[in-house]
Design a protein around this ligand. Structure first.
Ligand SMILES: [Cu+2]
Length: 722
């Protein structure tokens, strides 16, 4: 009760301060809250990506302003529409505007947003000197216009133009000159060799598959990774077992599971691929345990390379965390390792190797781990549960595109696949009754792809993420899920007919400087004619009082100063001239999230020897494994993650902390109002996030980017909890 009152008081104070500040536009309190104002500080969101400078129109002598492209608090760190358009909540800060009447027969100023060619113009709202927050904008490229108007009610832009500014995305333009200059390079004559050679032949690189609708410069088509191509090639393929579907394995406390990482064959588009699997299953067995249980897993390595298993998100004993050279020696081919697991937190977790994830995880070594709460009402009611592992595979007519043996390929943006998989299959199907509520447990196990998932026409609410429930359920139009993240959603299918599960994003055509839509249909939910009475509780959003009480214990730490700042950046060496030139042109604008692999050739050809992704401790300047933060058990640490826009290639990074849990307090300075325990957070390009780390589990642990190629290209550090 006491906590509830305190929380209520804090919310009341926030609302009062908010109203006061809006009523006093020059309040220094709020003047500080926009990162677009004042001198640019280190560790703040990129002005270049999230601020617009407004400039006076011809003949206007007084007035300037800025627009902060902010976000409204959401369950995700990226605000995006179901069809994939980024959504910005603009905050206008205007100064020095004279009386509108000084410009003519006008009484007010109005802000508008227009597409670059002005074919659509939308009214945003009335503005004046000071700060004004206006409705969200979801155009790819746009221009902000402020006009003097005769009436506040005007819905049409008729008055005099006063200020204008262009969105950062309008800088994305076709590099005509380079296209001409670089386009003259000769095409490669070996471009169509067969890379899935017969046993005994050596593998060769051929051209990487192109996404539909994207063109590549001839010079890009000549690029090849400077690495030895690798695919698993057993000496006796006929003896390799065919892959099996996932099995549910319920483990009680004290049980032992034998898990073998081995080689399998699987049918694929009329061909047969050689891949990896746990116990011959893709995904690996779905393990289900009760919260608080302790089980043993005996790993046998039947691969042709060393491996380990990391139990992602589980706050277990450090020696069982599966990190090679940090918590254990890698398990050699033919070797074994015993993991002793405990499960302090309910939720959906997953397991995967921590050796060359870019190869081993991509070839199928991943499985989910469901930890059940003893609370019967842990989730609000649903008619059924579905556990989905989302992945993508990169293949062409010859089968899988080979991996780099000693170093990863795709070291720039990660290995985007061109075939979407749900639970290892290219087509997912589920049959449900009409009005059924389905609880989906979603895990993104892809190397690099961030999905924007929705079931068009079906209502969806998010109820939980990585390490437990949200403080309260929230309606969402889509789920933004980065590699290694988990979300639990409840979806009601009212029907009739069928509902697709789609990934809808806006991809960047770097060559032509444009955005375009990509829609992947991952599967269908088929609605049977059986009509259920329906699930009344679905219509309301439930609060989880136990989660609220748990998080409330950390509330006093939320306003503390930042303890540690981690900068995410990169450097390159020895990239081809062409790649460096294109990257330089490209760096004029980075989209907050690269949803799709639209620079396939140069991305593929860049290896971990040429690209070094960096976690840099802002206080010491130390990088990656030279960092060794030390905390005491029970410390609560505020860490600011700052994704540096000015690096050579800015893009999003899903950052994972091992062995602990954290709260994402704010993104780009906007506080989250509905918290959830996480182990992985997606940092958009140029963005910052403040997280509150609950350093409660002793040991030496990793922090790393969960884009598999970034991890394999050094983007990792360690910290100790004593
Ligand atoms: Cu990364």
């Amino acid at each position: 009760m006491g906590a509830a009152i305190r929380y209520g008081t804090v919310r009341w104070l926030i609302s009062r301060v908010g109203v006061f500040a809006l009523a006093c536009p020059l309040s220094p309190l709020l003047a500080q809250t926009s990162f677009c104002e004042g001198p640019e500080a280190a560790g703040t969101p990129s002005r270049d990506l999230y601020c617009i400078e407004l400039v006076p129109a011809v003949g206007i002598r007084a007035g300037t302003g800025r627009v902060e492209l902010g976000r409204t608090a959401s369950p995700f760190t990226v605000d995006v529409t179901a069809d994939g358009r980024l959504r910005y909540t603009p905050t206008f800060t205007l100064t020095g505007l004279g009386q509108p009447s000084s410009l003519g027969p006008y009484s007010t100023y109005v802000a508008w947003v227009a597409s670059p060619a002005m074919e659509t113009i939308e009214r945003l709202g009335v503005v004046s000197n000071g700060r004004t927050v206006l409705p969200a904008i979801s155009l790819d490229k746009f221009t902000i216009l402020i006009t003097a108007e005769a009436s506040v009610a005007t819905q049409e832009m008729k008055g005099r133009l006063v200020l204008r500014g262009m969105s950062p995305s309008t800088r994305l333009q076709p590099p005509d000159f380079m296209q001409f200059a670089l386009g003259s390079a000769p095409a490669d004559s070996t471009g169509h060799a067969h890379h899935a050679a017969a046993p005994g032949d050596s593998l060769r690189w051929t051209m990487v598959p192109m996404p539909a609708g994207i063109s590549m410069l001839p010079a890009e088509m000549t690029l090849r990774p400077n690495a030895t191509p690798y695919l698993p090639r057993p000496s006796n393929p006929a003896a390799v077992p065919m892959v099996q579907p996932r099995q549910l394995v319920r483990l009680g406390s004290g049980d032992t599971l034998r898990l073998t990482a081995g080689i399998v064959r699987r049918p694929f588009k009329g061909d047969t691929l050689t891949m990896f699997a746990f116990n011959g299953q893709q995904p690996g067995p779905l393990l289900q345990v009760a919260q608080g249980a302790e089980v043993t897993v005996e790993l046998t390595n039947a691969l042709d390379q060393p491996t380990t298993i990391h139990w992602h998100g589980i706050r277990l004993d450090n020696a069982n965390d599966g990190v090679p050279d940090l918590t254990q020696q890698p398990v050699a081919p033919g070797g074994r390792f015993t993991y002793r697991l405990r499960f302090p937190d309910a939720g959906i977790y997953w397991y995967h190797p921590h050796v060359r994830e870019d190869i081993q995880q991509d070839l199928g070594l991943y499985g989910n781990l469901m930890v059940r709460s003893p609370r019967a009402d842990y989730f609000s009611p649903a008619n059924r549960e579905e556990v989905l592992m989302l992945d993508d595979l990169l293949a062409d007519d010859n089968g899988l595109v080979p991996f780099g043996e000693g170093t990863p390929t795709h070291a720039l943006m990660g290995r985007f696949g061109n075939v979407m998989l749900v639970n290892g299959e290219p087509r997912y199907e589920l049959e449900v009754g009409r009005r059924d509520v389905v609880r989906f447990f979603l895990t993104n196990v892809s190397n690099t792809r961030t999905f924007n998932l929705s079931f068009p026409g079906a209502r969806m609410k998010v109820v939980a993420s990585d390490v437990g429930n949200y403080e309260r359920e929230a309606w969402v139009e889509s789920v933004v899920i980065a590699p290694a993240e988990r979300y639990v959603v409840h979806v009601r299918f009212d029907g009739p007919g069928s509902v697709p599960l789609v990934n809808r994003v806006r991809a960047l055509d770097h060559l032509y400087g444009r955005f375009y839509s990509e829609t992947d249909t991952l599967g269908y939910v088929l609605l049977s004619s059986m009509l259920r009475i329906g699930n009344q509780s679905f219509d309301s959003l439930r609060a989880d009082e136990a989660t609220r009480a748990d998080i409330a214990r950390y509330r006093r730490h939320m306003t503390r100063p930042v303890d540690k700042t981690l900068v995410l950046t990169m450097e390159t060496t020895g990239l081809p001239f062409f790649t460096r030139q294109i990257m330089q042109l490209d760096s004029i604008y980075f989209t907050p999230v690269e949803w799709s692999g639209t620079m396939p050739g140069m991305n593929w050809a860049a290896t971990g020897d040429q690209v070094r992704w960096i976690l840099r401790d802002a206080a010491t300047g130390k990088e990656n494994m030279d960092i060794d933060w030390s905390f005491r058990r029970g410390d609560v640490v505020k860490v600011r993650l700052a994704n540096e826009r000015r690096s050579f290639h800015g893009m999003q990074h899903p950052i994972h902390f091992h062995g602990q849990r954290f709260l994402v307090l704010s993104v780009n300075g906007v506080p989250n109002t509905n918290l959830v325990w996480k182990d992985t957070v997606l940092l958009p390009a140029g963005a910052t996030a403040d997280i509150l780390l609950d350093a409660s589990n002793p040991g030496r642990w990793m922090v790393h980017c969960h884009i598999a190629e970034h991890l394999s290209a050094h983007m990792m550090m360690a910290f100790t909890v004593q």
